[in-house]
Design a protein around this ligand. Structure first.
Ligand SMILES: COc1nc(N)nc2c1ncn2[C@H]1C[C@H](O)[C@@H](COP(=O)(O)OP(=O)(O)OP(=O)(O)O)O1
Length: 145
């Protein structure tokens, strides 16, 4: 989930403290609970990780990851221009309000540079497919819709 403050041209990112991608900067997110939709999951994970509620999130993309060890992951990307609450640090994440003009790609997963800027700034929709060996991206393919 990417929450945007349009007046300040900032996006609410996290420094992830534990789990897959710990130490990296990313948007809040995680695994779906049984019976939950993708958007319900994104809103819940954002509440759990930052104490903030995203309002009216819009689906902007799909990420398909294939790791060489066999792990496959499908991630839905949502963008919300409104939210309730103030972001706080939790056991899972440190909140980072970040300028849309200075996204910290060198501290993010390697795929992000291929889709995140266009999605947040130009509000484009996409499907991305990536292969990874651990932290190393081996291939990338992004289709803009
Ligand atoms: C492989 O490259 C990745 N790129 C990007 N941009 N984001 C990724 C990549 N791999 C994982 N992610 C995202 C997807 C999710 O938002 C989180 C990881 O979620 P996951 O549920 O697998 O991990 P945990 O935080 O440990 O799980 P729970 O919070 O559900 O317990 O990172």
């Amino acid at each position: 989930m990417f929450i945007i403050d349009e007046a300040k041209r900032q996006v609410l990112l996290i420094r992830k403290k534990r789990g897959l991608g710990a130490g990296k900067i990313n948007g809040p997110g995680g695994k779906m609970d049984p019976g939950e939709t993708a958007v319900e999951c994104a809103v819940r994970e954002t509440q759990e990780e930052l104490g903030v509620t995203a309002l009216n999130p819009e689906h902007h993309g799909e990420l398909w990851f294939q790791f060489v060890d066999g792990l496959c992951m499908h991630v839905d990307v949502f963008v919300a221009s409104q939210h309730e609450g103030e972001a706080v640090e939790t056991p899972e994440a440190v909140p980072l309000w970040t300028s849309l003009d200075a996204l910290p790609f060198n501290e993010m997963w390697a795929d992000d540079v291929h889709w995140l800027g266009q999605t947040l700034v130009e509000r484009r929709h996409f499907i991305g497919r990536f292969t990874f060996d651990d932290d190393t991206m081996l291939s990338h393919e992004v289709s803009w819709l």
